[in-house]
Design a protein around this ligand. Structure first.
Ligand code: AMP
Ligand code: MG
Length: 419
């Protein structure tokens, strides 16, 4: 038997960061930037007003107050988006809206609420003049040119993950097309004579193909593109054909056929077609695992992971081995699942010296995390996977976790248990 780490490291020998692609900005969410981005101009491009108010010279309003307003002559108005030739001189003001470029000569914006504008309107007094009721220092309520991003600045380095805020920053630079590392295509092939497609009425002796769907959903969740390759029967010829047709992908995953049963032909096909190792991994569930590399006719090498058929084993093996491979291919560097330390609220047995990934529900009470098993841990009980929000990791050398002991839990769903 090999350890989880040994298996992962052997798989990672064949996992490379993929090449980049150019795409419309919004489609790049969740992908890694493949270029350095410098600002082609200042953001904001000019000094502009942070408030609706009056643009004036600070020296015109020295000592202004409610009791002693400074009355200035209003020489015009600027709305956001307008280009204006207006100038502000001592003793004058320009009415200005938020986002409008500050006119030449002005060095402060006085918000409406610190003027007598409302009072003047009520009195039907002339709007050619405005009383300023406050003394403000220079630059008040002005967003300086380039204060957000200066022209020429390295705004984003290649390698960063594009989240909504990064997408917004790139948009503010007018970047409509972005170079990002492309998403891997993950081929998914189910195997087994008993497996049926889900859009058919179920037949005697058969079960529906749940693995292809849970695995494809995992691929989507972690940013890959699933390619469903259907179901191959436990027949060497047909499986060989299905595998050959399925090599138009970056990783091929199969489910089933890697244990010791008479019909576990995936092993044989893989051994004939690719350079395959069969491992028993010191983990539970998910002990049998096949890994190898198929060579396509065009010379491209496609890594293959043969996951166990049991629905829970397939999903957990995916989390442990395929998820980090997808992330690495996408150029991500932080590959670990978010992990919390939780107090186990019931005993857990682990008697066969394998690393046990126990399905648990983690809750948070009084600032501490608590974990309970989701119920029976059989590797066919997929519904218990659906109830779990994490996997408690019981090390291979721990035979029994007592109630009240601390365990590490790798979380599937993270946000919902945080304060
Ligand atoms: P195997 O590894 O092929 O021996 O399969 C182990 C168990 O998982 C068997 O009970 C299979 O019926 C079941 N199984 C295999 N493939 C699938 C699948 N695609 N969907 C649901 N169950 C499956
Ligand atoms: Mg099978």
């Amino acid at each position: 038997m090999i350890s989880v780490e040994e298996a992962l490291s052997k798989i990672f020998d064949f996992i490379k960061v993929l090449e980049s692609e150019e795409k419309p900005l919004l489609e790049c969410l969740g992908q890694v930037l493949a270029e350095d981005v410098r600002a082609p101009f200042d953001v904001p491009p000019q000094d502009n007003s942070a408030m609706d108010g009056y643009a004036v010279q600070a020296k015109s309003i020295v000592g202004a107050s409610h009791e002693h307003p400074k009355v200035l002559r209003v020489v015009g108005e600027i709305a956001a988006g307008c280009v204006s030739e207006l100038k502000v001189e001592p003793g004058t003001a320009v009415r200005i809206m938020t986002g409008a470029f500050v006119p030449e000569g002005a060095d402060v914006v006085v918000p409406f609420e610190y003027t007598d504008e409302v009072d003047r309107k009520q009195r039907s007094a002339s709007s050619d003049e405005i009383g300023i009721l406050v003394d403000l220092p220079e630059t008040s309520n002005i967003r300086r040119r380039g204060e957000n991003i200066a022209k020429g600045e390295l705004v984003m380095k290649q390698g960063i993950l594009l989240r909504p805020a990064e997408i917004g920053v790139l948009a503010s630079l007018g970047k409509a097309v972005v170079s990002v590392i492309r998403r891997p295509v993950i081929g998914i092939l189910a195997t087994g004579n008993e497996i049926m497609e889900i859009n058919q009425p179920i037949l005697p002796g058969k079960i529906y193909n749940s693995n292809s769907y849970s695995l494809a959903a995992q691929v989507l969740r972690y940013g890959g593109i699933p390619k469903l390759l259907g179901i191959a029967p436990d027949d060497v010829k047909q499986l060989t054909l299905a595998v050959r047709h399925g090599l138009d992908c970056d990783i091929l995953i199969t489910s089933g056929g890697v244990s010791l049963g008479d019909y576990d032909v995936v092993k044989q096909v893989l051994a004939d077609e690719g350079n395959i190792s069969f491992w028993t991994v010191r983990m539970k569930p998910g002990k049998p695992l096949a890994f190898g590399v198929f060579k396509r006719d065009d010379g491209k090498k496609v890594p293959h992971l043969g996951l166990p058929g049991n629905p829970v084993s397939a999903m957990i093996s995916f989390e442990i081995f395929v998820r980090p491979a997808i992330l690495r291919m996408m150029g991500r560097s932080d590959l670990a699942m978010p992990t919390v330390t939780a107090i186990m609220e019931e005993p857990v047995e682990n008697d066969d010296a394998r690393r046990f990934f126990a399905r648990v529900v983690v809750t948070k009470r009084d600032g501490k995390y608590f974990a309970r098993l989701t119920g029976p841990q059989g590797s066919g009980i997929l519904s218990s996977m659906a109830r779990a929000n994490g996997l408690a990791v019981i090390p291979e050398n721990i035979r029994k976790v007592k109630s009240g002991s601390k365990v590490k839990v790798m979380m599937f769903d993270w946000d919902e248990i945080q304060d």
